[in-house]
Write a protein that binds this ligand. Sequence first.
Ligand code: ATP
Ligand code: MG
Length: 425
Amino acid sequence: MNNLQSLRGMVDLLPAQTMSWQFIESFARKHFRKASLEEIRTPILESTELFARGIGEGTDVVGKEMYTFLDRGDRSCTLRPEGTASVVRSILQSGLINQGPQRLWYNGPMFRYERPQAGRQRQFHQLGIELFGFDSVQSDVEVIAIGWDFLKGLGLKDLTLELNSLGTNEDRKNFRTRFVSWLEDRIAFLDKDSQDRLTTNPLRILDTKNEETKKLLLDAPCLQNSLCTKSRERFEDIQATLKFLEIPFKINNELVRGLDYYSHTAFEITSDNLGSQATVCGGGRYDGLVSELGGPETPAIGWAIGMERLILLIEKELNLVNSTPDIYLINKGNQAGEYALFLSRALRQSDISVEIDHTDSAFSKQFKRAYRSGANWAIVLGDNEIVEQRFTLKSIKEKSDSNSKSPLFLFSQIEKLITYLNERT
Ligand code: ATP
Ligand code: MG
Protein backbone atom coordinates (compact mmCIF):
# COMPACT_ATOMS: atom_id res chain seq x y z
CA MET A 1 0.00 0.00 0.00
CA ASN A 2 1.21 3.53 -0.75
CA ASN A 3 2.02 5.78 2.16
CA LEU A 4 -1.00 7.87 3.05
CA GLN A 5 -0.70 11.50 2.02
CA SER A 6 -2.73 14.56 2.87
CA LEU A 7 -5.15 15.68 0.15
CA ARG A 8 -3.89 18.14 -2.47
CA GLY A 9 -4.00 21.69 -1.16
CA MET A 10 -4.50 20.56 2.46
CA VAL A 11 -1.46 21.46 4.50
CA ASP A 12 -0.13 20.29 7.88
CA LEU A 13 1.21 22.82 10.32
CA LEU A 14 4.22 21.27 12.04
CA PRO A 15 5.66 22.48 15.37
CA ALA A 16 8.19 24.68 13.56
CA GLN A 17 5.27 26.60 12.01
CA THR A 18 2.75 26.67 14.84
CA MET A 19 4.99 29.13 16.74
CA SER A 20 4.32 31.84 14.14
CA TRP A 21 0.60 31.00 14.08
CA GLN A 22 0.31 31.26 17.86
CA PHE A 23 2.22 34.53 17.79
CA ILE A 24 -0.14 36.07 15.24
CA GLU A 25 -3.25 34.66 16.91
CA SER A 26 -2.34 36.05 20.28
CA PHE A 27 -1.37 39.41 18.74
CA ALA A 28 -4.74 39.44 16.95
CA ARG A 29 -6.69 38.69 20.14
CA LYS A 30 -5.05 41.61 21.92
CA HIS A 31 -5.49 43.92 18.92
CA PHE A 32 -9.18 43.02 18.61
CA ARG A 33 -9.83 43.41 22.33
CA LYS A 34 -8.42 46.93 22.16
CA ALA A 35 -10.75 47.63 19.23
CA SER A 36 -13.70 46.36 21.28
CA LEU A 37 -14.42 43.44 18.95
CA GLU A 38 -15.85 40.17 20.26
CA GLU A 39 -15.08 36.71 18.94
CA ILE A 40 -17.67 34.55 17.16
CA ARG A 41 -17.17 30.88 16.18
CA THR A 42 -19.47 29.26 13.66
CA PRO A 43 -19.58 25.68 12.29
CA ILE A 44 -17.27 24.75 9.43
CA LEU A 45 -20.13 22.91 7.68
CA GLU A 46 -23.23 24.82 6.58
CA SER A 47 -26.14 24.25 4.25
CA THR A 48 -25.14 24.87 0.62
CA GLU A 49 -28.00 27.31 0.24
CA LEU A 50 -26.37 29.75 2.67
CA PHE A 51 -23.42 30.30 0.36
CA ALA A 52 -25.44 30.09 -2.87
CA ARG A 53 -27.61 32.93 -1.57
CA GLY A 54 -25.02 34.76 0.48
CA ILE A 55 -22.15 34.77 -1.99
CA GLY A 56 -24.00 34.49 -5.29
CA GLU A 57 -24.32 31.79 -7.93
CA GLY A 58 -22.33 33.80 -10.49
CA THR A 59 -19.16 33.93 -8.41
CA ASP A 60 -16.11 31.70 -8.84
CA VAL A 61 -16.41 30.67 -5.22
CA VAL A 62 -19.92 29.26 -5.57
CA GLY A 63 -19.64 28.20 -9.20
CA LYS A 64 -16.31 26.38 -9.13
CA GLU A 65 -14.64 26.29 -5.77
CA MET A 66 -16.99 24.86 -3.15
CA TYR A 67 -16.63 21.52 -1.40
CA THR A 68 -20.24 20.40 -1.60
CA PHE A 69 -21.70 16.97 -0.82
CA LEU A 70 -24.87 15.24 0.33
CA ASP A 71 -24.83 14.08 3.95
CA ARG A 72 -26.45 10.83 5.06
CA GLY A 73 -29.78 12.60 5.36
CA ASP A 74 -29.54 13.79 1.73
CA ARG A 75 -28.99 17.42 2.71
CA SER A 76 -26.65 19.42 0.53
CA CYS A 77 -23.78 20.58 2.76
CA THR A 78 -20.80 22.79 2.00
CA LEU A 79 -17.50 23.32 3.81
CA ARG A 80 -17.47 27.06 4.35
CA PRO A 81 -15.47 28.91 1.67
CA GLU A 82 -15.45 32.16 3.68
CA GLY A 83 -16.66 33.48 7.02
CA THR A 84 -19.06 36.33 6.38
CA ALA A 85 -22.16 34.41 5.27
CA SER A 86 -21.91 32.12 8.32
CA VAL A 87 -21.50 35.06 10.70
CA VAL A 88 -24.61 36.71 9.24
CA ARG A 89 -26.59 33.47 9.51
CA SER A 90 -25.47 33.10 13.10
CA ILE A 91 -26.41 36.58 14.29
CA LEU A 92 -29.81 36.21 12.59
CA GLN A 93 -30.43 32.76 14.09
CA SER A 94 -29.36 33.76 17.60
CA GLY A 95 -31.17 37.09 17.58
CA LEU A 96 -27.93 39.06 18.17
CA ILE A 97 -28.99 41.17 15.20
CA ASN A 98 -31.77 42.64 17.36
CA GLN A 99 -29.43 43.59 20.19
CA GLY A 100 -27.92 46.69 18.66
CA PRO A 101 -24.79 47.08 16.57
CA GLN A 102 -22.36 44.15 16.61
CA ARG A 103 -18.56 44.28 16.45
CA LEU A 104 -17.24 40.78 15.78
CA TRP A 105 -14.12 38.87 14.77
CA TYR A 106 -13.49 35.26 13.73
CA ASN A 107 -10.61 33.02 12.80
CA GLY A 108 -10.63 29.57 11.26
CA PRO A 109 -10.24 27.22 8.29
CA MET A 110 -11.98 27.87 4.97
CA PHE A 111 -12.19 25.54 1.96
CA ARG A 112 -12.02 26.31 -1.75
CA TYR A 113 -11.28 23.90 -4.57
CA GLU A 114 -8.56 25.97 -6.28
CA ARG A 115 -5.26 25.23 -7.97
CA PRO A 116 -2.76 25.08 -5.09
CA GLN A 117 0.33 27.30 -5.32
CA ALA A 118 2.32 29.57 -2.99
CA GLY A 119 -0.23 31.50 -0.91
CA ARG A 120 -3.14 29.52 -2.35
CA GLN A 121 -4.42 26.33 -0.73
CA ARG A 122 -7.63 24.31 -0.64
CA GLN A 123 -7.86 24.47 3.11
CA PHE A 124 -6.67 27.90 4.21
CA HIS A 125 -7.38 30.13 7.17
CA GLN A 126 -8.96 33.52 7.48
CA LEU A 127 -8.87 36.01 10.29
CA GLY A 128 -11.70 38.47 9.85
CA ILE A 129 -13.77 41.22 11.41
CA GLU A 130 -17.37 42.29 10.74
CA LEU A 131 -19.27 45.35 11.99
CA PHE A 132 -23.07 45.33 11.77
CA GLY A 133 -25.40 48.26 12.22
CA PHE A 134 -23.16 51.18 11.19
CA ASP A 135 -23.37 53.06 7.92
CA SER A 136 -21.15 56.07 8.60
CA VAL A 137 -18.02 56.93 6.66
CA GLN A 138 -16.18 56.75 9.99
CA SER A 139 -17.18 53.11 10.48
CA ASP A 140 -15.69 52.23 7.07
CA VAL A 141 -12.49 53.98 7.98
CA GLU A 142 -12.34 52.42 11.44
CA VAL A 143 -12.61 48.95 9.88
CA ILE A 144 -9.84 49.74 7.40
CA ALA A 145 -7.69 51.24 10.15
CA ILE A 146 -8.09 48.14 12.37
CA GLY A 147 -6.74 45.99 9.52
CA TRP A 148 -3.99 48.41 8.54
CA ASP A 149 -2.79 48.86 12.15
CA PHE A 150 -2.89 45.10 12.71
CA LEU A 151 -0.55 44.41 9.79
CA LYS A 152 1.66 47.40 10.60
CA GLY A 153 1.72 46.38 14.27
CA LEU A 154 3.10 43.00 13.24
CA GLY A 155 6.01 44.90 11.73
CA LEU A 156 5.10 44.39 8.06
CA LYS A 157 6.55 46.76 5.50
CA ASP A 158 5.81 47.38 1.81
CA LEU A 159 2.02 47.32 2.28
CA THR A 160 -0.37 49.15 -0.03
CA LEU A 161 -3.99 49.95 0.73
CA GLU A 162 -6.03 49.90 -2.48
CA LEU A 163 -9.43 51.51 -2.44
CA ASN A 164 -12.50 51.67 -4.64
CA SER A 165 -16.19 52.43 -4.41
CA LEU A 166 -18.82 50.18 -5.94
CA GLY A 167 -21.60 52.62 -5.21
CA THR A 168 -25.18 51.56 -4.57
CA ASN A 169 -27.04 48.66 -6.16
CA GLU A 170 -28.60 51.15 -8.54
CA ASP A 171 -25.19 52.56 -9.53
CA ARG A 172 -23.90 49.11 -10.31
CA LYS A 173 -26.99 48.18 -12.31
CA ASN A 174 -26.49 51.29 -14.46
CA PHE A 175 -22.84 50.51 -14.93
CA ARG A 176 -23.50 46.84 -15.72
CA THR A 177 -25.79 47.76 -18.61
CA ARG A 178 -23.21 50.09 -20.16
CA PHE A 179 -20.32 47.75 -19.47
CA VAL A 180 -22.04 44.64 -20.88
CA SER A 181 -23.08 46.37 -24.10
CA TRP A 182 -19.49 47.69 -24.53
CA LEU A 183 -18.12 44.16 -23.98
CA GLU A 184 -20.63 42.50 -26.29
CA ASP A 185 -19.19 44.54 -29.15
CA ARG A 186 -15.76 43.12 -28.35
CA ILE A 187 -16.65 39.60 -27.26
CA ALA A 188 -14.24 37.98 -29.72
CA PHE A 189 -11.29 39.67 -27.99
CA LEU A 190 -12.16 38.42 -24.50
CA ASP A 191 -10.53 35.40 -22.88
CA LYS A 192 -12.73 32.34 -22.36
CA ASP A 193 -13.28 33.00 -18.62
CA SER A 194 -14.39 36.57 -19.26
CA GLN A 195 -16.73 35.44 -22.05
CA ASP A 196 -18.41 33.11 -19.53
CA ARG A 197 -18.61 35.86 -16.94
CA LEU A 198 -20.30 38.19 -19.37
CA THR A 199 -23.56 36.38 -18.66
CA THR A 200 -22.97 35.19 -15.09
CA ASN A 201 -21.09 37.98 -13.31
CA PRO A 202 -19.84 40.70 -15.69
CA LEU A 203 -18.40 42.96 -12.96
CA ARG A 204 -15.95 40.18 -12.16
CA ILE A 205 -14.37 40.69 -15.59
CA LEU A 206 -12.80 43.84 -14.14
CA ASP A 207 -10.91 41.52 -11.80
CA THR A 208 -9.43 39.46 -14.66
CA LYS A 209 -5.86 38.22 -14.47
CA ASN A 210 -5.66 37.77 -18.28
CA GLU A 211 -3.17 40.31 -19.69
CA GLU A 212 -4.88 40.72 -23.10
CA THR A 213 -8.27 41.33 -21.52
CA LYS A 214 -6.66 43.75 -19.07
CA LYS A 215 -5.29 45.78 -21.98
CA LEU A 216 -8.68 45.81 -23.70
CA LEU A 217 -10.36 47.03 -20.49
CA LEU A 218 -8.22 50.16 -20.37
CA ASP A 219 -10.74 51.81 -22.69
CA ALA A 220 -13.88 50.31 -21.11
CA PRO A 221 -16.54 52.43 -19.40
CA CYS A 222 -15.52 53.14 -15.81
CA LEU A 223 -17.64 52.25 -12.77
CA GLN A 224 -16.66 55.58 -11.20
CA ASN A 225 -18.57 57.44 -13.94
CA SER A 226 -21.76 55.56 -13.05
CA LEU A 227 -21.73 56.58 -9.41
CA CYS A 228 -24.50 58.95 -8.35
CA THR A 229 -23.56 62.21 -6.64
CA LYS A 230 -24.22 60.81 -3.16
CA SER A 231 -22.04 57.76 -3.73
CA ARG A 232 -19.28 59.92 -5.16
CA GLU A 233 -19.37 62.28 -2.17
CA ARG A 234 -19.28 59.36 0.20
CA PHE A 235 -16.19 58.01 -1.55
CA GLU A 236 -14.52 61.42 -1.30
CA ASP A 237 -15.31 61.57 2.43
CA ILE A 238 -13.69 58.16 2.93
CA GLN A 239 -10.54 59.41 1.23
CA ALA A 240 -10.48 62.64 3.26
CA THR A 241 -10.88 60.68 6.52
CA LEU A 242 -8.07 58.28 5.60
CA LYS A 243 -5.86 61.28 4.86
CA PHE A 244 -6.80 62.80 8.22
CA LEU A 245 -5.60 59.56 9.89
CA GLU A 246 -2.47 59.57 7.71
CA ILE A 247 -3.23 56.13 6.30
CA PRO A 248 -1.80 56.09 2.78
CA PHE A 249 -3.93 54.60 -0.02
CA LYS A 250 -4.15 54.21 -3.75
CA ILE A 251 -7.36 54.34 -5.80
CA ASN A 252 -7.83 51.19 -7.85
CA ASN A 253 -10.93 51.38 -10.06
CA GLU A 254 -10.51 47.76 -11.15
CA LEU A 255 -10.94 46.52 -7.61
CA VAL A 256 -14.37 44.88 -7.51
CA ARG A 257 -13.91 41.95 -5.07
CA GLY A 258 -15.15 38.53 -6.08
CA LEU A 259 -18.31 38.44 -4.04
CA ASP A 260 -21.71 39.80 -5.03
CA TYR A 261 -22.94 41.46 -1.87
CA TYR A 262 -20.48 44.36 -1.69
CA SER A 263 -21.54 48.00 -2.02
CA HIS A 264 -19.71 51.33 -1.66
CA THR A 265 -16.29 50.82 -0.07
CA ALA A 266 -14.15 47.97 -1.38
CA PHE A 267 -10.50 47.64 -0.38
CA GLU A 268 -7.52 45.35 -0.39
CA ILE A 269 -4.20 45.48 1.37
CA THR A 270 -1.46 44.08 -0.82
CA SER A 271 2.21 43.40 -0.24
CA ASP A 272 5.14 43.73 -2.62
CA ASN A 273 6.66 40.63 -1.04
CA LEU A 274 4.03 38.04 -1.98
CA GLY A 275 4.56 37.52 -5.70
CA SER A 276 1.40 36.95 -7.69
CA GLN A 277 -0.80 36.14 -4.65
CA ALA A 278 -0.31 39.71 -3.42
CA THR A 279 -3.54 40.38 -1.53
CA VAL A 280 -3.20 39.71 2.17
CA CYS A 281 -6.42 41.44 3.29
CA GLY A 282 -9.65 41.97 1.37
CA GLY A 283 -12.83 43.61 2.51
CA GLY A 284 -15.60 46.06 2.03
CA ARG A 285 -19.12 47.16 2.77
CA TYR A 286 -21.94 44.68 2.17
CA ASP A 287 -25.15 46.45 3.10
CA GLY A 288 -27.26 44.02 1.05
CA LEU A 289 -26.30 40.74 2.64
CA VAL A 290 -28.24 40.65 5.92
CA SER A 291 -31.56 41.31 4.19
CA GLU A 292 -30.63 38.92 1.38
CA LEU A 293 -30.37 36.21 4.04
CA GLY A 294 -33.77 37.04 5.51
CA GLY A 295 -32.84 39.62 8.16
CA PRO A 296 -33.72 43.29 8.57
CA GLU A 297 -31.97 45.88 6.37
CA THR A 298 -28.61 46.19 8.17
CA PRO A 299 -25.50 48.02 7.03
CA ALA A 300 -22.36 45.96 7.43
CA ILE A 301 -18.66 46.12 6.68
CA GLY A 302 -15.70 43.83 7.27
CA TRP A 303 -12.49 42.29 6.00
CA ALA A 304 -10.65 38.98 5.97
CA ILE A 305 -6.94 38.38 6.14
CA GLY A 306 -5.46 35.21 4.62
CA MET A 307 -3.41 33.68 7.42
CA GLU A 308 -1.13 31.66 5.12
CA ARG A 309 -0.14 34.77 3.15
CA LEU A 310 0.40 36.67 6.37
CA ILE A 311 2.60 33.83 7.67
CA LEU A 312 4.67 33.95 4.46
CA LEU A 313 5.34 37.63 5.15
CA ILE A 314 5.95 37.25 8.88
CA GLU A 315 8.38 34.39 8.56
CA LYS A 316 10.63 36.54 6.42
CA GLU A 317 10.62 39.36 8.92
CA LEU A 318 10.23 37.92 12.42
CA ASN A 319 12.68 35.77 14.26
CA LEU A 320 10.56 33.64 16.55
CA VAL A 321 12.13 31.31 19.10
CA ASN A 322 10.73 27.84 19.46
CA SER A 323 9.26 27.00 22.83
CA THR A 324 11.88 25.54 25.13
CA PRO A 325 11.32 24.12 28.61
CA ASP A 326 12.58 26.06 31.63
CA ILE A 327 13.91 22.84 33.14
CA TYR A 328 14.93 19.51 31.63
CA LEU A 329 14.37 16.73 34.13
CA ILE A 330 17.13 14.11 33.93
CA ASN A 331 16.41 10.93 35.88
CA LYS A 332 17.64 7.37 36.11
CA GLY A 333 16.20 4.43 38.01
CA ASN A 334 12.67 3.46 38.82
CA GLN A 335 12.32 5.45 42.02
CA ALA A 336 13.95 8.50 40.44
CA GLY A 337 11.51 8.19 37.52
CA GLU A 338 8.53 8.24 39.83
CA TYR A 339 9.92 11.16 41.75
CA ALA A 340 10.61 13.01 38.51
CA LEU A 341 6.94 12.72 37.63
CA PHE A 342 5.94 14.01 41.03
CA LEU A 343 8.39 16.90 40.81
CA SER A 344 7.34 17.84 37.27
CA ARG A 345 3.73 18.31 38.35
CA ALA A 346 4.73 20.45 41.32
CA LEU A 347 7.03 22.58 39.14
CA ARG A 348 4.38 23.01 36.46
CA GLN A 349 1.91 24.15 39.12
CA SER A 350 4.52 26.78 40.04
CA ASP A 351 4.45 28.04 36.42
CA ILE A 352 7.74 26.41 35.42
CA SER A 353 7.75 24.43 32.18
CA VAL A 354 9.38 21.02 32.42
CA GLU A 355 10.41 18.34 29.98
CA ILE A 356 10.98 14.89 31.54
CA ASP A 357 13.44 12.47 30.01
CA HIS A 358 11.63 9.13 29.83
CA THR A 359 14.47 7.08 28.34
CA ASP A 360 16.21 5.87 31.53
CA SER A 361 19.43 6.00 29.51
CA ALA A 362 22.91 6.90 30.76
CA PHE A 363 23.23 10.30 32.41
CA SER A 364 25.63 11.46 29.70
CA LYS A 365 23.05 10.74 26.98
CA GLN A 366 20.31 12.48 28.93
CA PHE A 367 22.55 15.52 29.37
CA LYS A 368 23.06 15.66 25.62
CA ARG A 369 19.32 15.73 25.11
CA ALA A 370 18.99 18.37 27.82
CA TYR A 371 21.41 20.65 25.91
CA ARG A 372 19.49 20.03 22.70
CA SER A 373 16.14 20.89 24.33
CA GLY A 374 17.33 24.48 24.74
CA ALA A 375 16.51 24.52 28.46
CA ASN A 376 18.65 26.75 30.64
CA TRP A 377 18.48 24.41 33.62
CA ALA A 378 18.50 20.71 34.33
CA ILE A 379 17.40 18.88 37.43
CA VAL A 380 19.25 15.62 38.00
CA LEU A 381 17.63 12.78 39.91
CA GLY A 382 19.40 9.46 40.48
CA ASP A 383 19.27 6.80 43.15
CA ASN A 384 21.73 8.79 45.30
CA GLU A 385 19.51 11.84 45.21
CA ILE A 386 16.53 9.73 46.28
CA VAL A 387 18.43 8.16 49.20
CA GLU A 388 19.78 11.50 50.28
CA GLN A 389 16.44 13.25 49.67
CA ARG A 390 17.85 16.00 47.53
CA PHE A 391 18.07 16.95 43.89
CA THR A 392 20.66 18.76 41.84
CA LEU A 393 19.79 21.87 39.86
CA LYS A 394 22.37 22.53 37.18
CA SER A 395 22.79 25.46 34.87
CA ILE A 396 23.38 23.96 31.43
CA LYS A 397 23.64 27.07 29.29
CA GLU A 398 26.55 29.50 29.25
CA LYS A 399 24.29 32.45 28.65
CA SER A 400 20.58 32.31 29.25
CA ASP A 401 18.51 33.76 26.42
CA SER A 402 16.20 36.67 26.88
CA ASN A 403 12.92 34.80 26.64
CA SER A 404 13.77 32.32 29.42
CA LYS A 405 12.66 32.77 33.01
CA SER A 406 15.12 34.63 35.22
CA PRO A 407 17.19 32.55 37.68
CA LEU A 408 15.74 34.64 40.52
CA PHE A 409 12.19 33.63 39.59
CA LEU A 410 13.23 30.03 39.20
CA PHE A 411 15.05 29.90 42.54
CA SER A 412 12.22 31.53 44.43
CA GLN A 413 9.71 29.06 42.95
CA ILE A 414 11.97 26.13 43.76
CA GLU A 415 12.55 27.42 47.26
CA LYS A 416 8.80 27.48 47.80
CA LEU A 417 8.62 23.99 46.40
CA ILE A 418 11.29 22.69 48.78
CA THR A 419 9.47 24.20 51.74
CA TYR A 420 6.31 22.46 50.55
CA LEU A 421 8.13 19.15 50.09
CA ASN A 422 9.70 19.40 53.54
CA GLU A 423 6.33 20.05 55.11
CA ARG A 424 4.92 17.07 53.24
CA THR A 425 7.49 14.55 54.55
P1 ATP B 1 -7.82 35.89 -4.71
O1 ATP B 1 -8.11 36.92 -5.74
O2 ATP B 1 -6.39 35.88 -4.25
O3 ATP B 1 -8.35 34.54 -5.07
P2 ATP B 1 -10.19 36.35 -3.20
O4 ATP B 1 -10.79 37.59 -3.72
O5 ATP B 1 -10.75 35.04 -3.64
O6 ATP B 1 -8.61 36.36 -3.39
P3 ATP B 1 -11.31 36.74 -0.55
O7 ATP B 1 -12.45 35.86 -0.78
O8 ATP B 1 -11.52 38.20 -0.48
O9 ATP B 1 -10.14 36.40 -1.60
O10 ATP B 1 -10.53 36.29 0.78
C1 ATP B 1 -9.76 37.20 1.58
C2 ATP B 1 -8.33 36.76 1.71
O11 ATP B 1 -8.23 35.36 1.98
C3 ATP B 1 -7.51 36.92 0.44
O12 ATP B 1 -7.05 38.23 0.31
C4 ATP B 1 -6.37 35.97 0.69
O13 ATP B 1 -5.39 36.54 1.53
C5 ATP B 1 -7.05 34.83 1.41
N1 ATP B 1 -7.35 33.71 0.50
C6 ATP B 1 -8.39 33.60 -0.37
N2 ATP B 1 -8.36 32.42 -1.01
C7 ATP B 1 -7.26 31.75 -0.54
C8 ATP B 1 -6.68 30.48 -0.79
N3 ATP B 1 -7.21 29.63 -1.65
N4 ATP B 1 -5.55 30.14 -0.12
C9 ATP B 1 -4.98 30.99 0.76
N5 ATP B 1 -5.49 32.20 1.06
C10 ATP B 1 -6.61 32.59 0.43
MG1 MG C 1 -10.17 33.60 -5.04
